[in-house]
Design a protein. Structure first.
Length: 175
C-alpha cells in the first residue's frame, strides 16, 4: 500500500520512508538532465559538437592533405600513361575491312579483305576462320610488304581443322 506524503509527486512506501525507485528523477527527466549535463550555448556548444563528431581542425587538414595527395597521384599516373602511350605509338593510318570469304571444302577456306595503311609501310595481319559456334578452326598470319598504294585487297588461303562458316581479319599491326 502506497501513501502520498509531503510533495504530491513523491510516493512513500510503508509509512514515511522514501525508496529510491519511487523518485521521479530518472535519466532523461528535466530535473536530472539539467543538474548533471548543463546545456552549452554559443561557441561552447559548437566546440562540444565538433569534438563529439570528429570535426576538428586537425581532421580537416588531414582530409585536405589526403585529397591533394590523391589528385597528385592521378596526375602522375595520367602523365606516365601519356608518355608511355603517346609518342611512337602511331597507327600509320591502319584500317581493315572484311570483303568476303569462301568455304572451299571441309578443311579449306579463302578470306578476301582490304587493308589500308600509309604507303611504303610493312604490315602484318592475322586472318581467322570460325565455325558455327564461333570457335576458331583456322588461323593464319600474313605479312604484307610495303607498296606505294594506300589500299590493297588481299586474298588469304586458310587451312581449317573442321568446316568453317565465316572468315575475317582478326587484327593487323605495323611491326
Amino acid at each position: 500500500m502506497f501513501l502520498t506524503a509531503g510533495d504530491p509527486g513523491t510516493r512513500v512506501a510503508h509509512g514515511t520512508r522514501e525508496l529510491p525507485w519511487d523518485q521521479d528523477n530518472h535519466p532523461g527527466s528535466p530535473e536530472l538532465s539539467e543538474q548533471l549535463n548543463p546545456t552549452p550555448t554559443g561557441a561552447t556548444a559548437t566546440a562540444t559538437l565538433d569534438d563529439r563528431y570528429g570535426r576538428t581542425p586537425g581532421r580537416k587538414r588531414r582530409a585536405r592533405l589526403l585529397a591533394v595527395a590523391a589528385a597528385a597521384a592521378i596526375v602522375v599516373v595520367f602523365g606516365a600513361w601519356v608518355i608511355w602511350a603517346g609518342p611512337g605509338q602511331t597507327s600509320h593510318g591502319l584500317d581493315t575491312e572484311d570483303v568476303g570469304y569462301e568455304i572451299v571444302s571441309e578443311h579449306h577456306a579463302v578470306v578476301h579483305s582490304q587493308v589500308s595503311v600509309d604507303p611504303g609501310t610493312r604490315t602484318e595481319c592475322t586472318v581467322q576462320v570460325l565455325d558455327k559456334s564461333y570457335t576458331i578452326v583456322g588461323w593464319k598470319t600474313v605479312t604484307l610488304p610495303p607498296v606505294p598504294e594506300r589500299t590493297r585487297t588481299i586474298t588469304t588461303d586458310v587451312n581449317t581443322t573442321t568446316r568453317g562458316v565465316t572468315g575475317l581479319i582478326h587484327t593487323c599491326w605495323v611491326p
